[in-house]
Design a protein around this ligand. Structure first.
Ligand code: ADP
Ligand code: ARG
Length: 343
């Protein structure tokens, strides 16, 4: 492979950090599971509008291709090569009384973490047989969950289009055909090996073999962030006794996209802020101050509708789970205060 032709107007972290020097160092390297630079950067090259543009094929990719991943991780998370990640799953330490007890602003709360199975390649480098083996092991573990976490697994293979589309529209299921994941190799042999587990109330869900091998999700209507967090932590602890998660002392939980490393946690609310939405500069000043990300109503790469936004923590690595949710909570309190002042 020769140094790629990166358009001048490309603003992704890939285009910024894949200098000719870095390319020369990495171009012939291979990770433990045989992942190459060409595979790591394919999504960002095929999708020049990417924000990031790289995916890892295994935990070792982060070490072998550190000359590219490290500056991206540093820029996204503010986390340096000498830093160590720390985890805190103690729900008692979260200070988050419902910021909207009257239910005027927050429609729903959702917190998810990504997880991958230890000693396996990540999704972009999985073989078909490995993906099926992972699905089978995860589902065996999920089928032992009890109480509020008890539920059923619904494989995507054989699911009717109507059921699939309803689950996507109602924010429970991942979408199909994402072009960023496609070019990363994450949609190979679709839909086989993918599926969703959920409890009866759809307050606890697990996505299997999407961008990460597990996405463990807790969600419910309203703004009781602590209840959502507590359910999630119970689920993570229970699943962790059945499925060994890939973890490193430096990078925390290992995920296929570097933005998800560390806690791998995204805590979000769907919130209606019609007045703030008329002044995006003021809106963004608050979200920047609290390290928040703004997404649209159907998740990443979607638009807001009717003044409803998906507001979540942006940082995931080098802060604890409690701090990630606290980032989101403190920012949401500030957004509600600003919205009320504009009424
Ligand atoms: P991820 O959370 O895995 O990073 P997305 O941004 O694509 O991925 O979101 C996945 C789905 O979760 C989308 O349907 C999105 O609308 C939904 N979602 C995210 N946050 C909330 C929330 N607070 N309430 C309800 N649905 C949500
Ligand atoms: N690869 C996409 C981009 O660079 C998404 C990056 C972050 N999101 C994610 N789902 N991993 O824009």
């Amino acid at each position: 492979m020769n140094y790629p032709n990166l358009p001048k107007d490309c603003t992704s972290m890939l285009c910024k950090h894949l200098t000719p020097e870095v390319f020369e160092i990495l171009k012939d390297k291979k990770s433990a599971h045989g992942f190459t630079l060409e595979q790591i950067i394919n999504s960002g090259l095929k999708n020049i509008d990417s924000g990031i543009g790289v995916y890892a094929g295994d935990q070792d990719s982060y070490a072998v291709f550190g000359a590219l991943f490290d500056p991206i991780i540093e820029e996204y998370h503010g986390f340096g090569e000498e830093d160590a990640h720390k985890s805190n799953l103690n729900t008692d330490e979260l200070n988050a009384p419902n910021p909207d007890p009257e239910g005027e602003f927050i429609l729903s709360t959702r917190i998810r973490v990504g997880r991958n199975v230890d000693n396996m390649p990540l999704g972009p480098a999985l073989s078909q047989a490995q993906r099926l083996e992972i699905e089978s092991n995860i589902v065996s573990g999920l089928n032992t969950l009890e109480g509020e976490l008890e539920g059923e697994y619904y494989p995507l293979l054989g699911m009717s289009k109507e059921v699939q589309e309803a689950l996507i529209k109602d924010h429970f299921l991942f979408k199909e055909g994402d072009r960023f994941l496609d070019a990363a190799g994450l949609n190979r042999e679709w839909p086989e090996g993918r599926g969703i587990y959920h409890n009866n109330d759809k307050t606890f869900l697990v996505w299997v073999n999407e961008e990460d091998q597990l996405r463990i999700i807790s969600m419910q209507a309203g703004g009781d962030i602590k209840e959502v967090f507590t359910r999630l932590i119970n689920a993570i602890n229970s699943i962790g006794t059945k499925v060994p998660f890939s973890y490193s002392d430096h990078l925390g939980y290992i995920t296929s996209c570097p933005t998800n490393l560390g806690t791998a946690m995204r805590a979000s609310v769907h919130i209606t802020l019609p007045n703030l939405a008329k002044d995006m500069d003021a809106f963004k000043a608050i979200t920047d101050k609290y390290h928040l990300q703004i997404r649209g109503i159907h998740g990443e790469h979607s638009q807001s509708e009717g003044g409803v936004y998906d507001i979540s923590n942006r940082r995931r690595l080098g802060i604890t789970e409690v701090e990630a949710v606290q980032d989101m909570y403190d920012g949401v309190v500030a957004l509600i205060t600003a919205e009320k002042a504009l009424r």
